[in-house]
Design a protein around this ligand. Structure first.
Ligand code: FE2
Ligand code: FE2
Length: 296
C-alpha cells in the first residue's frame, strides 16, 4: 500500500505536538538503548559501531594520494578544482562532520543531563545529542574505511566555537527554527552523499556498500530528528523555517568549497523546501520516526 505524506512544513496544533513529543520519547528510548552519559554514547548504537569495527572493510586499491586529503581536510590549501573527486568527497565528509561535532560539544554542556531533565523535551534533547556523538564516530569510521587512520578532530576557529556554545542557550523562539533547518540540511546532504557514493566508488563495491551502511545508521536517526525538531515549531516558526532553508543551506555549504564541485546546491535547497517523508525509503522509515501530522 502506498503511504501518503504531508510536507514537513504542515501546520500542527499545540496538542498534536505535545502528543508527538511523548510518542517520540518512547521511540527514542528503544531506538538507541541506554544512554551512557559519561561516554556520550548509547548502548545499541555502540554495539552497531563495534560490529562495523570488528568486521572492517577496506579499499581494494588504497587511496592514490592520501597526502592530498591530509593537506586539505581541515582547511582547503590546494585549488579544489585540482583535486580528484574521491579526495573532495572525503574532505567534505570531514568538514560536515566537524561542524556537527563542534555543535554538539557546545550543546552537551548547555543542556541538563538525563537525571536532571524535568520535561520530556529536555530528555529528548539529551538523547538527541548522544545520537549526534554516535554520528561523529560513524563518520570517523567512514574515513578509516578509506584508509585514513590519522584524522584529527580539530576545533573550529574560536569565534565559531563560541557561537556554537551560545546557540543552545538562546530562547526557543529564536533557536528552534535554525535547529530544525540544520537537521533538514543534514538529511538533504546525506541523501545526496548516498548517491555520490555510487558514482565515486563504482570500482570499490565493498567500500561503497559499507559507507552506505554507515551513512544509513546516521540517516535513520536524522530523519527522526527532522520530525522531532519540527515538533518544537509553532505555525509562525514553521513558516519562517521554510524561508530560512535557502539562506541557511547557501551559507553553510559556501564554507565547504568541495560541496559546490560535488553536489547541486540549488537542487539540495529545492529538496529541503519540498521535503516530505515520501522521499525516504520504506526500509529506513520503518526504523525511524515521523510526526503524526506529516502523514496524510
Ligand atoms: Fe547527526
Ligand atoms: Fe541530527
Amino acid at each position: 500500500m502506498q503511504l501518503l505524506f504531508c510536507s514537513i512544513f504542515t501546520p500542527a496544533t499545540a496538542e498534536q505536538r505535545q502528543q508527538n513529543f511523548i510518542d517520540y520519547w518512547q521511540f527514542s528510548q528503544q531506538h538507541g538503548g541506554e544512554l551512557l552519559e559519561a561516554d556520550k554514547d548509547l548502548a545499541k548504537k555502540r554495539e552497531k559501531l563495534q560490529y562495523f569495527q570488528q568486521h572492517p572493510v577496506r579499499l581494494r586499491k588504497p587511496l592514490a594520494n592520501p597526502d592530498a586529503f591530509y593537506r586539505n581536510y581541515v582547511k582547503m590549501i590546494d585549488k579544489p578544482e585540482d583535486l580528484d573527486r574521491m579526495t573532495l568527497m572525503l574532505t567534505s565528509i570531514y568538514k560536515f562532520a566537524r561542524h556537527e561535532w563542534v555543535g554538539i560539544k557546545g550543546a552537551w554542556d548547555a543542556v541538563p543531563d538525563l537525571a536532571s531533565a524535568t520535561t520530556v523535551e529536555d530528555k529528548i534533547s539529551r538523547v538527541h545529542l548522544a545520537e549526534e556523538f554516535c554520528h561523529w564516530r560513524l563518520f570517523d569510521e567512514m574515513l578509516k574505511t578509506c584508509g585514513l587512520d590519522h584524522v584529527e578532530w580539530v576545533p573550529l576557529p574560536p569565534w565559531q566555537e563560541w557561537f556554537y556554545r551560545q546557540f543552545p542557550k538562546l530562547p526557543g523562539v529564536i533557536m528552534d527554527g535554525p535547529a530544525f533547518v540544520t537537521e533538514l540540511m543534514g538529511v538533504t546532504y546525506y541523501f545526496h552523499l548516498n548517491q555520490l557514493f555510487d558514482d565515486v566508488l563504482a570500482d570499490e563495491p565493498e567500500v561503497c556498500q559499507r559507507l552506505k551502511a554507515l551513512l544509513a545508521e546516521i540517516t535513520i536517526d536524522e530523519i527522526a530528528h527532522v520530525g522531532q525538531r519540527r515538533n518544537f515549531l509553532g505555525d509562525t516558526n514553521t513558516k519562517v523555517s521554510k524561508w530560512l532553508v535557502k539562506p541557511f543551506y547557501r551559507l553553510f555549504f559556501a564554507d565547504i568549497p568541495e560541496v559546490a564541485l560535488l553536489f547541486d546546491v540549488e537542487q539540495m535547497i529545492r529538496d529541503g523546501e519540498a521535503f516530505d517523508y515520501s522521499v525516504v525509503p520504506e526500509t529506513m522509515l520503518a526504523k525511524s520516526w515521523l510526526p503524526s501530522y506529516c502523514k496524510a
